[in-house]
Structures are given as C-alpha cells and as structure tokens.
Design a protein around this ligand. Structure first.
Ligand code: AN7
Length: 364
C-alpha cells in the first residue's frame, strides 16, 4: 500500500484487484475506508461473550454501501464511452448513481417506486440532478423495465446485475480483513436484491485464495448469514414473491436479481437465510442508536436483528467474532426514526433559565 495517508477511494486502494488499467479515468468520491466499530455495550446488555463489529457503510459519500459498486460501474461506463446510466432503485442505488453521474458529467435516469423511498434518498437524488421516473409499481417491476429499456436506448444499467458493481462492493470484505488481520467467524448482512452478499463472498474468497498474482492473505472465510424482512423474504420462501412489504423500504424486494450467486454464498460458506419482523428490525435499529451511538437505516438493522436472534438461540455460539454490515445511514429515513421515537417527543419551554433548569432536573 502507498505511504500517502490521503484515502482516494477504493479503486485507488485496491486497483491491483479490480478491472482497471493505469489509463482508466477513475470516477470517485473517495468512497470506502469506512470504520469497523466494535460494539461495547450491546454484548454486555445481552449477556453474551462475543466480539461484534459493525462495518458502518452509512459513512460512504452518499450514505450507503452502494457507492463502492457505483465508483466501479460508473468508471467502467465512462471508459466504455457511455453518456448515460440507468437503474431501478429502492432509494440508495438511485442516490449513488445520481452522485457518481454528476461527478462524471453524464446523465442518470432512476426508476423508483412512487411514495416508497425514504425522504433523504429522494432529496439526495433530486439534488444530484438525476432524472427521476416514479412508477406506480414496486422495485421488481422497475428492474424489469430497466432491463428492457436498456435494449432500446443508449443507457448503461448500474444495478448490481452490472458485474462491476459486485467488484467494487467486494472491497468491503478486503477492508474488514485488512483492519482485523483475520476474517470473522460470521458475517451478517441484510439481503434485498442480493448483490451485496454476492460481493462480500467474492471478496472473502479472493482474499483466501492464492493466484498467479496474489498470495492468499487469510485461510479462513466467514459463515454468511443473510437476513431479510419478514414481508420481503424470497430466500426464506425459496422462491420470488409478488408483493413484498416492509417498513425497511430499502429491502422491499421480492425477486432478487443475484438469486443464484446468493445461494452459492450460503451453500459454500455453510451459512443461512432468515427473516425478521419489522418490529424486530426497528428494535435493533433503536438499540444500536441508543446504546452504541450508531444510527443506521431500518434495512441495515436487519443484520443486527438477525444476529441477536441467532445468538439467543445459540446458532451463533459464544466466543465468536462477528461482523454486521450496516448498509446505510439512519439520517436517510427521518420519517421512520421520528415515528419510532414518538414517545420521546421534545418538550417546548419558555426561553428562561428557570424553565431550562426545571426541564433538566425533571428528566435526571
Ligand atoms: C440500506 O437501492 O436495492 O441485497 O435499489 O439500500 O445488495 O440489494 C438497496 C438495497 C441493504 C440490500 N441495505 O442490498 C436499491 C437497493 C440497504 C439497501 C440493501 C439495500 P442488496
């Protein structure tokens, strides 16, 4: 690695493991290099002797892990002469695509389900100046339309069916191993369209395999645990579902595009899929904010909800090291956060010293 300390994005950092050349113009917002934070309070609260680390992907430039894939996808689209990109999205992909298109100076078109994306994601996508096409339908219908329209219009698809997306996102696994010096025993993450579980597994495999150009860095690979929302759990059902529903709108997906890759990750790692209710997901989101100071979006909290469950049953045993990916930033979905904290509404008082003193003493 270079001796410079200025992180210039994940392509610069990992270019010997990514499909770029020395002449490639890199489209980057210095994404990646996100913190891996060890939880200090939750293990004690649940009475388990485990090491839990969260990979806080909400600290990427547009607030989600999508930036890892998007820097690669847009870099390659531009290298191949594309003037426009397109995606279907539950919100985060649209924000990320829009930002990287702005950075590259090309156009972005995004198809989103009308009324079903979090407010912050809509605000971002508008500000980055993408052309937003709202459909009276869900993500899966948007995805089918994007695949069709790309056959008829000069646009590059930047959903995770674009293999460069997976290559960019696999670097999160590299960073975890580079930070810890080992692979965790378990890796827990939310699963929607299933690109991310595919990408992590690819990254873990690449770091544990010797090739002509690279020696293996570790021997171990983690067991992959993919968690879904109960109302949007095709991997638990074993087949796509028609009308996915969950408050975690980011993972409101019924027909995952990386179906086979995700099953391969599960089988090869000895892992599993499971599903959790919106209540369990929101409880995990709040627990993480309240007890660790880490605010992720609802979908991201599915990783912790699943881990808490699997620790409670012993499926994940004490003594384990675990990484949970927190895929997106909680600030993106203010409506759900404020709804969750309705019982802790701020009080309004007179602007006087007495009134402030009283407010403090009342709640000590
Ligand atoms: C916060 O933005 O599919 O299983 O269109 O935004 O790789 O799909 C978002 C997915 C988890 C699921 N957490 O990841 C989109 C989109 C958050 C997300 C997922 C998403 P995949």
């Amino acid at each position: 690695m270079s001796t410079h300390t200025h992180h210039q994005g994940l392509i610069a950092r990992y270019k010997d493991r990514l499909p770029v050349s020395d002449t490639t113009r890199i489209i980057s917002l210095n994404e990646g290099n996100t913190p891996l934070i060890e939880l200090q309070n939750i293990p004690r609260l649940i009475g388990k002797d485990v090491k839990i680390y969260v990979k806080f992907e909400g600290l990427n430039p547009t607030g989600s892990f999508k930036d890892r894939g998007m820097t690669m996808a847009v870099t390659k689209a531009v290298e191949q002469g594309s003037q426009a990109i397109i995606c279907a999205s539950t919100g985060n992909t649209s924000a990320s695509a829009a930002a990287y298109a702005a950075r590259a100076g090309i156009k972005a078109f995004v198809l989103i389900p009308d009324g079903k994306i979090a407010l912050g994601k809509l605000a971002q996508t508008l500000m980055y100046n993408a052309t937003i096409i709202q459909i009276n339908g869900n993500f899966d219908q948007g995805m089918e339309l994007v695949k069709e329209v790309a056959l008829h219009a000069p646009v590059t698809i930047v959903n995770s069916i674009n293999p460069y997306r997976i290559d960019g996102q696999k670097t999160a696994a590299f960073e975890i191993i580079d930070d810890l010096g080992f692979a965790p025993d378990y890796h827990c993450l939310p699963v929607g369209n299933a690109g991310n579980i595919t990408a992590y597994w690819k990254g873990y495999k690449e770091y544990s395999t010797s090739t002509d150009t690279h020696a293996a860095i570790v021997t171990k690979r983690p067991i992959m645990c993919g968690y879904q929302a109960a109302g949007a759990a095709p991997f638990v059902a074993g087949h796509p579902i028609d009308n996915p529903e969950t408050i975690a709108t980011a993972i409101r997906i019924g027909n995952p595009q990386s179906w086979d890759f995700a099953w391969a990750a599960q089988k090869e790692s000895g892992g599993w899929f499971d599903k959790f209710t919106d209540e369990q997901i929101l409880a995990a989101q709040k627990m993480l904010s309240k007890h660790e100071g880490i605010f992720c979006e609802p979908a991201s909290a599915a990783s912790l909800a699943g881990l808490l469950h699997d620790l409670s049953t012993g499926k994940i045993p004490e003594g384990s090291s675990i990484v949970c990916t927190l895929t997106g930033n909680g600030i993106k979905d203010p409506d759900v956060a404020i709804m969750q904290c309705a019982d802790a509404k701020p009080v309004t008082i007179d602007a006087s010293l007495d009134a402030v003193k009283r407010a403090i003493l009342d709640s000590l």
